[in-house]
Design a protein around this ligand. Structure first.
Ligand code: FAD
Length: 145
């Protein structure tokens, strides 16, 4: 089965408490592990930016479930491609919330002060996702050493 990567943006329809994000991530990670889906989720209390990668049918099934989730709206696909290998192989759903680190990455790639993934170019979007991946990875390595 062909491997694909899909990136979308959306707007939160409600205020997310840390516990709501925790439960969303727990469900995402459980389902994604069962379906060989990997990826990354960025969130700043207003907007989501998510990358899903894996077998094409599983990524589509997952995306259809996500699309009908009332916790967000204005879902827009910003990137879709067939891939040879995964970029987020370590994570069934890595997560980065808004903090100084993500703000610095956004500034670097887009000159934006506030994270608004709807306004980003594809190059900036993919650049942010890759840098976020490296940031989380380094934080994990630092924490375990
Ligand atoms: P359950 O978790 O048991 O949920 C059952 C139903 O209740 C679903 O229809 C769900 O949408 C709804 N629901 C659950 N909690 C709430 C709540 N607090 N408020 C309103 N409705 C609720 N799922 C994945 O599998 N992989 C992902 O990567 C993923 N990423 C997501 C990213 C975002 C930004 C959002 C908003 C959701 C994401 N989800 C993801 C969740 C997805 O939308 C579905 O809720 C989930 O896949 C359903 O899993 P489940 O069938 O095991 O149902």
């Amino acid at each position: 089965m062909a491997l694909v990567r899909l990136v979308y943006v959306s707007r939160a329809t409600k205020l997310f408490q840390p516990s709501s994000i925790k439960s969303l991530l727990a469900t995402a990670r459980r389902n994604n592990q069962n379906h060989q889906v990997t990826g990354l989720l960025c969130f700043n209390q207003h907007c989501f930016l998510q990358c899903l990668e894996g077998p094409r049918d599983k990524v589509n099934e997952t995306f259809h479930r996500i699309l009908s989730d009332p916790r967000h709206s204005h879902v827009e696909i910003v990137h879709f491609e067939y891939i040879e290998k995964r970029e987020y192989v370590q994570w069934n759903m890595g997560y980065l919330q808004d903090n100084a680190s993500i703000r610095a990455l956004i500034q670097k790639h887009s000159q934006q002060e506030v994270f608004n993934p709807y306004e980003l170019s594809v190059t900036a979007t993919l650049g942010i996702l890759r840098d976020v991946r490296d940031d989380i990875y380094h934080a994990m390595v630092d924490a375990s050493s």
